[in-house]
Design a protein. Structure first.
Length: 266
């Protein structure tokens, strides 16, 4: 999560307590921060600013709106290079405990990152995700529309995964403001305030040698022209894994996988 999230008018700050269960941020670990900045600037048009956490961290901006965090700590902390979604929770310690009780793993935290607390977890099939308790962006609704189109979990059993995440993140509870879950066309669809914010699909294989086939969360970024952005990725050292008219799955030069999706597609 981003420690710069507490900016602007204090009365406009959105708390994770009011949007619990919804995706609230995405973060990338990197081995080479300058190279990562150059690649995503070329492919997604992002600008950069230093984060308050220190020199190894950057905030990506799209038209001035913070959209993602980059942490150049993969080599320092011996972490995998990957995009990770973070979900808002009302209590990070309680959510981490619920994940453990249901067969998940708590890899890091919960740790204090003012103005909140964060943890990095894995579900019981190995897909990594984060949780965040605390203040979100003052322009958080703008982030929701400007940042990822959505996130998608590729997992072994969508129904089983929906039960795990539903219990950990308090989806489909009777609490006001909780996320809604529907089963549509063999997928689990997650909505927050009526908007599709995540999908869960079956078919991933836990023992597959290819990490793109194993259970994982895939981050989708909106672009206006998929073919043009694919060409930019190729020119800057990226790899094209799959492509059609509406989206393409890419791998950045450091090995992190992500998807670009035509604007408006969910």
């Amino acid at each position: 999560m981003n420690s710069d999230s507490n900016h602007g008018d204090a009365e406009n700050v959105v708390s994770s307590h009011s949007v619990f269960g919804a995706p609230c941020w995405v973060s990338l670990t990197s081995r080479d921060l300058p190279a990562t900045e150059d690649f995503y600037a070329a492919v997604l048009g992002w600008q950069w600013r230093t984060a308050k956490l220190g020199d190894h961290f950057r905030i990506a901006l799209a038209d001035g709106v913070p959209v993602a965090g980059i942490a150049g700590v993969a080599s320092l902390w011996q972490m995998a290079v990957a995009w990770t979604p973070y979900f808002a929770v009302s209590d990070a310690d309680a959510a981490a405990s619920r994940a453990r009780e249901r067969g998940g793993t708590v890899a890091v935290g919960p740790l204090s990152f003012p103005p909140g607390r964060a943890a990095l977890l894995a579900d019981r099939h190995g897909a990594s995700f984060g949780i965040w308790e605390g203040a979100l962006f003052t322009d958080w609704e703008t982030w929701r529309k400007a940042a990822p189109a959505f996130i998608r979990l590729h997992t072994r059993d969508a129904f089983d995964a929906a039960i795990f995440y539903g219990e950990v993140l308090e989806w489909a509870t009777e609490k006001p403001g909780c996320c809604e879950v529907r089963y549509e066309a063999n997928e689990v669809v997650l909505r927050s305030e009526g908007e599709v914010v995540a999908r869960i699909s079956s078919g991933a294989l836990e023992a597959a040698p290819d990490p793109t086939i194993r259970p994982h969360w895939q981050v989708h970024f909106s672009v206006s022209d998929v073919a043009d952005r694919v060409e930019a990725a190729q020119h800057h050292g990226g790899t094209i894994l799959t492509q059609d008219a509406h989206e393409a799955v890419l791998r950045d030069p450091d090995g992190a996988q992500f998807t670009i999706t035509s604007r408006g597609e969910r």
